[in-house]
Design a protein around this ligand. Structure first.
Ligand code: CP
Length: 305
């Protein structure tokens, strides 16, 4: 039994197989409409979500399975003090696979130690968000045609943005990728990521505080929101929240084939006018999230053969 707690829980070969399956699903979703008949997915969301929870549910329903779970821990026995360990032991009796989002870093890993079903990390604190990364990889592969030889600009809250941490971890596995990390000084990537993932592996990167000068270099611009819920101090959040706003004026510096991705939700960091630019692919990205989660559920349940 396999769990997905970090994007690194899949080997590059497994990752490539999963993306291939997701591509096949995207071409003919109906072909897979009864693959998971009789199977149940539990969604245990201790933190708010729109895309991740609903795309997991849509994925399982598209595969002919069913879903159960909670989207607000206050309505579950967590509010009475039940531990993650006990909750997952019980859920293992009710479902075949589970997706868990939790504000505490490491909570899905704890759940995996007690589960008798596959556990998928659907986002743990500011740590990891592996299925968003799978979504991002599928989007890049489908729309750029490759996962190698790219210059990726990651912009916004690189300190608390778990999607950025997971994406860097995944993209360093492919050859010749360069990273341009664009953030205020206070929201730079965590030290462990800079040292252990980028410097130790001799991955080319630079850290900058301005977006416009680097726009012409980018194959991809991955925008992120400043993560209000992770700040200890509201004043700091208010000071930093509008550090970067991508608008059509800034888009004029970009290449004609640069793609703009965003895990969503968006707050202010991309002006609505950019939505009409064909290079803005964040809503397509949300659609790819369903296909890749279908592929992941099938793979973890051993139904991908
Ligand atoms: N991208 C993402 O994780 O969105 P949600 O928080 O809405 O699930």
């Amino acid at each position: 039994m396999k769990h997905i707690i970090s994007p690194l829980d899949l080997s590059t070969e497994e990752l490539n197989d999963l993306l291939e399956l997701a591509t096949s699903i995207s071409k003919d979703p109906k072909k897979y409409s009864s693959v998971c008949q009789g199977k149940k997915l539990a969604t245990l969301f201790y933190e708010p979500s729109t895309r991740t929870r609903l795309s997991f549910e849509a994925a399982m329903l598209n595969l002919g399975g069913s879903v159960l779970g909670f989207s607000d821990s206050a309505s579950s026995s967590v509010s009475k003090g039940e531990s993650v360990e006990d909750t997952i032991r019980v859920i293992s009796c009710y479902a075949d696979i589970c997706a868990m989002r939790h504000p505490k870093e490491g909570a899905p890993m704890v759940a995996a130690q007690y589960a008798t079903i596959p556990v998928i990390n659907a986002g743990d604190g500011g740590h990891n968000h592996p299925t968003q990364t799978l979504t991002d990889l599928l989007t890049i592969k489908e729309l750029k045609g490759t996962l190698s030889g790219l210059t990726l600009g990651l912009c916004g809250d690189l300190k608390f943005g778990r999607t950025v941490h997971s994406l860097i971890n995944a993209m360093v596995r492919y050859q010749d990728n360069h990273f341009i990390l664009i953030s205020p000084i206070e929201l730079k990537i965590p030290d462990y990521l800079r040292q252990e993932v980028l410097i130790d592996n001799k991955i080319p990167f630079k850290e900058v505080q301005k977006l416009e000068p680097v726009m012409p270099e980018l194959d991809l611009l991955y925008m992120t929101r400043v993560q209000k819920e992770r700040f200890f101090n509201e004043e700091d959040y208010i000071r930093l929240r509008d550090s970067f706003i991508l608008d059509m004026e800034k888009m004029t510096y970009a290449r004609h084939d640069m793609l703009v991705l965003h895990p969503l939700p968006r707050v202010n960091e991309i002006s609505l006018e950019v939505d009409h630019d064909p290079r803005a692919v964040y809503f397509k990205q949300a659609q790819y999230g369903v296909y890749v989660r279908m592929a992941l559920i099938m793979t973890l349940l051993g139904l991908n053969k």
